[in-house]
Ligand binder design. Structure first.
Ligand SMILES: *[C@@H]1O[C@H](CO)[C@@H](O)[C@H](O)[C@H]1NC(C)=O
Ligand SMILES: *[C@@H]1O[C@H](CO)[C@@H](O)[C@H](O)[C@H]1NC(C)=O
Ligand SMILES: *[C@@H]1O[C@H](CO)[C@@H](O)[C@H](O)[C@H]1NC(C)=O
Ligand SMILES: *[C@@H]1O[C@H](CO)[C@@H](O)[C@H](O)[C@H]1NC(C)=O
Length: 381
């Protein structure tokens, strides 16, 4: 059936070509005659995208002609979820296409799209606002492009989106707190130009993976409410994110966390013992901070810990148990008897600094007054 439709379409194009040749600029090809309005809309959307692509060095869109959008490279059709008789475009995947261009508003016509993967291309401009119409969208990956503009808040309107990957682009401005309040499974926003301060709203996230790395405009502290994410959080990457202050002991509640990377920040204080309660932890990286004191033995005793990197801090001691972790990196600390430590002067200078006050950064809620201690009156005889 698709073939006969294509033949009709082809005939039209052949007839239309001489007319098109004389008209400037070239108008959009006419929508093909088909009685599946979903595929007609998809045709309009994909042709608009093809026109917005300015460079296609791998000829990926070479066969993006005619009404049979389901045969286009990178376009996948499936039965419409709400109509067992209708085919519709369910996925567009142009990953590693090296395509240059912009993303047109017409993409909002792909209303049945569940998966949209454009990573590793050269798309620039903003994400079209019309993406808010993609009510079935489950995964969007536009990472590693040259997209810009503010945080694409339209993605937060999508009821079914679970995987949002916008890392390695030029997005800037504030990250709305709503991003952490939305029910989403994985959030990758690293390597953009966002400016925001980690706040309590961060802990409302129910994502299993959060990557906020390499956002030098980020700042703030790890909120003590971080333990609220215990039910869901599996990987937390906050590498090079301008975080200061201390690690709150409540982090120990994250007993499903397998990967924690807090490296290249300005975190001070000691490592809380409670990290030893994070039973699922496999990878722990706290390198390149200003942490000090002793490494708690409970951490090195974690049953699944494979890689513990704490180089470039000011730790002064580590239990022998730590040397049994399959991979550790303790270089550039102040640990006596270990190779490749900081020069003695640096360690002495550090020790002479005023003591760390974790609440001095103004990020932690003021400590609640201690509960009144009930002291029974002395017995009177
Ligand atoms: C339109 O759909 C009907 C059934 O729904 C089918 O019989 C007919 O052939 C289709 N026409 C075209 C042009 O595809
Ligand atoms: C792409 O297609 C054009 C025209 O069809 C052809 O000249 C060119 O060699 C193709 N390039 C590649 C990389 O296949
Ligand atoms: C890191 O913290 C130290 C002391 O807490 C402070 O002097 C320094 O300016 C901070 N550095 C950055 C880059 O924030
Ligand atoms: C351990 O983790 C560090 C930091 O994340 C990484 O650079 C290193 O390659 C890892 N080593 C192993 C053996 O996994």
């Amino acid at each position: 059936m698709m073939r006969s439709t294509a033949a009709v379409f082809l005939a039209m194009v052949v007839v239309a070509t001489p007319l098109l040749a004389s008209s400037q600029p070239m108008p959009a090809p006419p929508a093909p005659p088909t009685n599946n309005s979903r595929l007609e809309k998809a045709y309009v959307a994909l042709q608009a995208l093809k026109r917005a692509i300015t460079d296609d060095p791998k000829n990926l869109t070479h066969n993006w002609c005619g009404p049979d959008v389901c045969s286009y490279y990178g376009v996948y059709c499936a039965t419409a979820p709400d109509d067992p008789c209708a085919r519709t475009v369910a996925s567009v995947d142009l990953t590693h296409g090296d395509l240059a261009g912009t993303l047109p508003e017409e993409l909002g016509l792909l209303t049945d799209l569940a998966v949209f993967h454009l990573n590793s291309n050269r798309f620039c401009g903003t994400l079209p606002d019309s993406l808010r119409s993609l009510h079935l969208l489950h995964e969007i990956d536009v990472s590693n492009n040259q997209l810009s503009g503010n945080f694409p808040s339209q993605l937060l309107c999508l009821p079914n989106v679970q995987y949002v990957d916008i890392r390695f682009n030029n997005f800037c401005g504030e990250v709305p707190a709503a991003v952490f309040e939305k029910k989403i499974d994985a959030l990758f926003i690293n390597n953009n130009h966002f400016e925001f301060t980690l706040s309590e709203s961060f802990s409302k996230s129910t994502a299993s993976v959060i990557v906020l790395a390499n956002l030098p405009g980020l700042g703030g502290c790890l909120p003590s409410s971080i333990g609220d994410m215990a039910g869901t959080l599996n990987e937390l990457i906050l590498l090079n994110s301008g975080i200061s202050s201390c690690i709150p002991p409540e982090i120990g509640k994250l007993d499903k966390l397998t990967v924690l990377d807090l490296s290249f920040n300005n975190i001070t204080g000691t490592l809380p013992d409670s990290i030893g309660n994070m039973k699922a932890l496999e990878q722990l990286n706290i390198a390149h901070n200003r942490l000090s004191g002793e490494i708690p033995e409970s951490i090195c005793a974690l049953p699944h810990l494979k890689n513990f990197t704490y180089s470039n801090n000011f730790f002064c001691g580590e239990p022998h148990r730590c040397l049994e972790v399959p991979h550790i990196d303790d270089r550039q600390n102040c640990i006596a008897g270990r190779p490749d430590q900081r020069p003695g002067e640096q360690c002495i200078e550090f020790l002479h600094q005023p003591p760390v006050h974790c609440d001095a950064h103004g990020c932690f809620a003021p400590p609640s007054p201690p509960p009144p201690v009930y002291a029974p009156p002395p017995p009177v005889y």
